[in-house]
Design a protein around this ligand. Structure first.
Ligand code: 4NP
Length: 167
């Protein structure tokens, strides 16, 4: 069976989306579904291309046992063909991704991560932690944990596609 492919996208691909990738990878490994799902991340901007995640993000993630090793890369149009689901961290990411899509089918793959929040239902994004303090990085990890567990539940239930494309 083809793997279901999920791409997490933020602005720089050095804070939120590489953390999302690591959180999601850990959750799918814990649930024994790594063979069914592939996860990657990318940035709207190529400014940090080739860089490891921001040191602060790596330190906060490491405290939760997550090692962030992804190297930043910009989103490319081929991602719209390659991935089944493209998840933006905030409205700006989603708007920029929509601008990049060529077709309605490609546009339908783009969702904002907040639609998967459960404990944090009502919040509308994962705020950019880059110019803030430590609490911003902790907040990123808390929100990601919530959303990624919900995504994994939908994959296990076999309802992720229905949830995303029929609502
Ligand atoms: P990210 O955070 O989008 O979560 O990776 C940022 C990283 C870098 C910049 C902004 C946000 N920057 O302006 O360089």
């Amino acid at each position: 069976m083809e793997k279901y492919k999920i791409l997490f996208v933020c602005l720089g691909n050095i804070c939120r989306s590489p953390a999302a990738q690591a959180v999601m990878e850990r959750i799918i490994a814990e649930r024994g579904i790594s063979g069914r799902v592939e996860v990657d991340s990318a940035g709207i901007s190529g400014y940090h291309k080739g860089d490891l995640p921001d040191k602060r993000m790596r330190v906060h993630a490491a405290r939760r046992g997550l090692r962030l090793t992804h190297l930043s890369r910009p989103v490319s149009h081929s991602d719209f063909e390659c991935f089944d689901l493209i998840i933006g961290m905030d409205d700006a990411n989603v708007d920029d991704l929509r601008d990049m899509a060529y077709t309605l089918d490609e546009e339908r793959k783009i969702v904002r991560i907040s639609r998967f929040f459960r404990a944090f239902r009502g919040q509308d994004c994962i705020p950019d932690p880059y110019y803030g303090g430590a609490e911003g990085f902790e907040n990123v990890l808390d929100l990601l944990d919530d959303a990624c567990n919900a995504i994994a539940d939908l994959i296990v239930a076999g309802t992720l596609e229905t949830e995303v494309f029929n609502s």
